[in-house]
Design a protein around this ligand. Structure first.
Ligand code: AMP
Length: 143
C-alpha cells in the first residue's frame, strides 16, 4: 500500500505550528489535537522542522519551566526526513525504524501534503497480515 492510498483514507490535513511560537503553545496544540508531533512550517507549507513530545520532554529536562517560553525553533528537529506519496508502507517501516522516529511528513514539490504516523503504518500492516492469513485459511479449507 502506498502513502497516497493512506492519505486518501485518513485525509491530507496536517497540524502545523510556526517556528516563533512558544513550546507552551505547542504543548496546548498537541493536547488539543491529541497528537504526538507537530510539523513546523510558515503558512507557505514549506517544512522547517518537526517537534515531537520527546523534544518537549528533553527541553523540560534541560531547562525546567523556563522551557515553556522558548521558541519552537530552538527545540525542533530541523533535518526532517520526509517521503513522497509514492512511498510504500514497507518503505515507511524502514524509514521509521532506521531513523527512530514515529512521524514522517509527506512532501511534494517542496510542500507539505500530509503526514504518516507509526499508528497509520501499524494499522495497514496488521490489515495486510490479517488478509494474508484469511486467504491462507480459505485456500486450506478449499483444498
Ligand atoms: P517521534 O518518535 O516522532 O516522537 O520523534 C522522536 C525524535 O525524532 C524527535 O526528536 C523528533 O523531533 C524527531 N523526528 C520525528 N519525526 C522526524 C522526521 N520525520 N525526521 C527527522 N526527525 C524526526
Amino acid at each position: 500500500m502506498t502513502v497516497a492510498r493512506i492519505l486518501s483514507e485518513k485525509g491530507s490535513s496536517v497540524v502545523t505550528i510556526q517556528p516563533h511560537r512558544s513550546l507552551a503553545d505547542a504543548i496546548h496544540l498537541l493536547a488539543e489535537k491529541r497528537i504526538g508531533a507537530v510539523v513546523v512550517a510558515e503558512t507557505d507549507g514549506v517544512v522547517l522542522g518537526i517537534l515531537s513530545e520527546r523534544d518537549i520532554m528533553r527541553a523540560l529536562a534541560q531547562s525546567g519551566a523556563a522551557a515553556f517560553d522558548a521558541p519552537v525553533s530552538g527545540h525542533m528537529t530541523s533535518q526532517v526526513t520526509s517521503c513522497s506519496r509514492s512511498a510504500t508502507v514497507e518503505d515507511l517501516m524502514q524509514i521509521m525504524t532506521e531513523g527512530r522516529f514515529r512521524h514522517v511528513p509527506v512532501v511534494e514539490d517542496g510542500h507539505l501534503v500530509g503526514l504518516v504516523s507509526i499508528g497509520d503504518v501499524v494499522k495497514r500492516r496488521i490489515a495486510a497480515v490479517e488478509a494474508e492469513h484469511q486467504a491462507m485459511r480459505d485456500y486450506i479449507t478449499m483444498a
